[in-house]
Ligand binder design. Sequence first.
Ligand code: ATP
Ligand code: MG
Length: 217
Amino acid sequence: MKIGIFGGTFNPIHYGHLRAAEETAERLLLNKVIFVPTNITFDKKETLLEPEKRLKMINIAIKSHERFEASDIEIKRGGFSYSYDTIIQLKHIYPQDELYFIVGVDTYLGMKNWKNGKKILDIINFIIVSRACKEPDLKNLTKLKNFLPDELRNGIVSDYTENRLITSKNKLIYFLKITGLDISSTNIRNNFKNDVSNLFLLPNEVINYIINNKLYL
Ligand code: ATP
Ligand code: MG
């Protein structure tokens, strides 16, 4: 099976995430996408909503989508959430499967600061999706290569037909330009705080959960 792993704070999940997962799954023929909300994130300064509530909203949002799943492994592990640890864990859970780690391009550009950021690209395939208004040109493989950690740039091969790079460890890094939805959880949280409509930015059921539980006030 080809499995996409989509990590994030999902504070809250919105149509930008859902559409990215859907387009990625369809175009790269992923059998499923697993959403993995963080427990605590080391680079998020604002107070995060409790992880269980963020997971609950994911489950509400993906309820009727067979291809989508949510995982509580980062929450169960506790403490700070590092993608490296999650990937190692998932590789043990799915030893026979082809795993793809999905990130938005803003996340990709910040990877140099991650724990084991360089190692991660050696152990799992990557899918980098565009984010409206935030991208460098995702068709420019030569430029994208320059954002990789120095050690990794050597020995990498550009595969222009698939718009992907092939690392010296034979892992794939895909760059996908997807439908640009300029939606962010930060804007959504601000809208809730300021009593501004969030309709059509995230599923209605999630909006109702947020209102009923008086979140993001
Ligand atoms: P925040 O504003 O709190 O940072 P966010 O909207 O960026 O929230 P995250 O939970 O930080 O959402 O993102 C999880 C992953 O989804 C990241 O890899 C991010 O790049 C990607 N992502 C988020 N929003 C979009 C979007 N609108 N289109 C494509 N990818 C997105
Ligand atoms: Mg973000």
